[in-house]
Design a protein around this ligand. Structure first.
Ligand SMILES: N[C@@H](CCC(=O)N[C@@H](CS)C(=O)NCC(=O)O)C(=O)O
Length: 213
């Protein structure tokens, strides 16, 4: 398998965690965003959206981290990232989608670049935008995590699920942009625990071969 990734991409970070959790051999191919390597014609022919990550498996290329992780979970069910029963599965998906659909797309690089370059917003305004959408998303997610955690170390129950796979990269981004995460003690405690687990540790941006590129 080949993962087209960028060290600082939180969507790629999610897939790196999932691949590590499942112990799947993979090659990481860097697409440096600042060098626009995700917009070259060869990359666009694989991923017409021009976003990382993409996963190549057996000649098939998949885009979108959520779809990729669900694909990996269906093909390699151990350990499973989605619970067996339908209600629990929907609850885990709902937490993951809080991040994937309602926080991350608003704070993506191209959105921030549009605010800066097309709408002429200064750093203070862009930082305020970023922090606002983190707070909006984390406020509800904190309540759900408190409701569903079984041990204060996982978003749902006491096993790693897809919700955890999405939380850690989003928490990394929140800290990177110096957002106040103190109002979300449950999310902070869960993320702090998960970050110590080897599959999460190995997936962190600073551990990537293309770090600082
Ligand atoms: N919904 C997509 C989001 C992918 C995405 O936004 N990737 C970012 C990096 S985290 C990217 O490629 N940004 C390039 C850009 O905005 O130009 C997913 O989950 O895979």
């Amino acid at each position: 398998m080949k993962l087209y990734s960028f060290w600082r991409s939180s969507a790629a970070y999610r897939v790196r965690i999932a691949l590590n959790l499942k112990g799947l051999d993979h090659e990481i191919i860097s697409r440096r965003l600042r060098e626009a390597e995700h917009r070259t014609s060869d990359y666009l022919s694989m991923n017409p959206q021009g976003l990382v990550p993409s996963l190549e498996d057996g000649g098939v290329v998949l885009g979108q981290s959520l779809a990729i992780i669900e694909y990996l979970d269906e093909r390699f069910p151990s350990p499973r990232l989605l619970p067996a029963d339908a209600v629990s599965r929907a609850q885990v998906r709902s937490m993951a989608q809080n991040i994937a659909c309602d926080i991350h797309p608003l704070n993506n690089l191209r959105v921030l670049n549009f605010l800066r370059e097309e709408l002429h917003q200064d750093k203070a305004a862009v930082d305020k935008w970023y922090a606002h959408w983190i707070a909006e998303g984390f406020r509800g997610l904190e309540v759900l995590a408190r409701r569903h955690t079984g041990d204060g170390k996982h978003c749902f129950g006491s096993e790693v699920t897809m919700a955890d796979v999405f939380l850690v990269p989003q928490m990394y981004n929140a800290r990177r942009f110096k957002c106040d995460v103190a109002p979300y003690p449950t999310l902070c405690a869960i993320s702090a625990f998960l970050e110590t687990l080897p599959p999460f540790e190995a997936a962190r941006p600073e551990a990537q071969p293309d770090v600082d590129t």
